[in-house]
Design a binder for this molecule. Structure first.
Ligand code: ZN
Length: 242
């Protein structure tokens, strides 16, 4: 293999790995946001549960106020019973008192139902809070794991970057520029392996005399079809490239 091509092959491998690890590191904020989002559903049901408890308590207070009003009215009416002049007025007051007493009982039943509802809501609230604690603990451990993984990726990346710098310094500048240009429009794959009859990247046929030039390693040869720099590597299994 041409010595510069051999260096480029190492460079391409390092470049692809740098790309891979950078991509993984860039994913961290998204990963963390996804973990946070897991908690949101539970937090929302806790919030809606709290609001229901507040509403039940305020409804109960309102109803208790209504009972007080009705009882005050009735105690006033009872006082008036001794002062009324006619039988009709007396009956009307009694009727009013009876009606209010019925209302009070209805409201009391309503209050009882609300109290039961409130108790259920409080039980529910406890269960949601327990679930939230579990989910929080899980998110914390997943976050820690993700951050540790990214820290390891960061170490690998900085090692790869120094390897890449070293390889880049060793490559002939003109060859390096050609490599960069091809890599730019070939998604980082500037080199392609040549087989006896075709380029492994674009699968277009290579003429026999070009194959022998690539095999000799005397010159840097590019593929006529995809412009990638061709290399010959007889001892490795042929990989499927796209
Ligand atoms: Zn090609």
């Amino acid at each position: 293999m041409h010595p510069e091509v051999e260096k480029l092959l190492k460079l391409q491998e390092t470049d692809l790995q740098v790309q891979y690890y950078s991509g993984r590191i860039e994913l961290l904020p998204k990963q963390l946001a996804e973990l946070e989002a897991k908690l949101n559903g539970t937090l929302q049901s806790l919030e809606s549960n709290k609001q229901k408890i507040v509403k039940a308590a305020s409804d109960k207070k309102k109803m208790e106020g209504n009972i007080q009003d009705l009882e005050q009215k009735n105690s006033k009416y009872r006082g008036q019973l001794t002062d009324v002049k006619t039988n009709e007025q007396y009956k009307a007051l009694l009727h009013e008192i009876e009606f209010n007493e019925k209302e009070v009982r209805k409201i009391e039943d309503g209050i009882l139902a609300l109290m039961e509802q409130e108790e259920e809501l409080r039980k529910e609230s406890q269960a949601i809070q327990q679930q939230l604690q579990k989910e929080k603990a899980l998110v914390v451990s997943e976050k820690t794991a993700a951050e540790a993984e990214v820290a390891r990726d960061g170490e690998i990346l900085s090692e790869l970057q120094s390897q890449r710098e070293a390889v880049m310094r060793s490559v002939d500048p003109a060859v390096l520029q050609t490599y960069r240009q091809i890599a730019k429009f070939r998604k980082g794959l500037a080199l392609a392996r040549a087989t006896q009859d075709s380029c492994q990247a674009c699968h277009v046929r290579i003429r026999p005399h070009v194959v022998s030039q690539v095999m000799s390693g005397d010159l840097i040869i590019t593929c006529d079809s995809c412009s990638r720099i061709l290399y010959w590597k007889p001892d490795a299994p042929y990989e499927a490239t796209s």
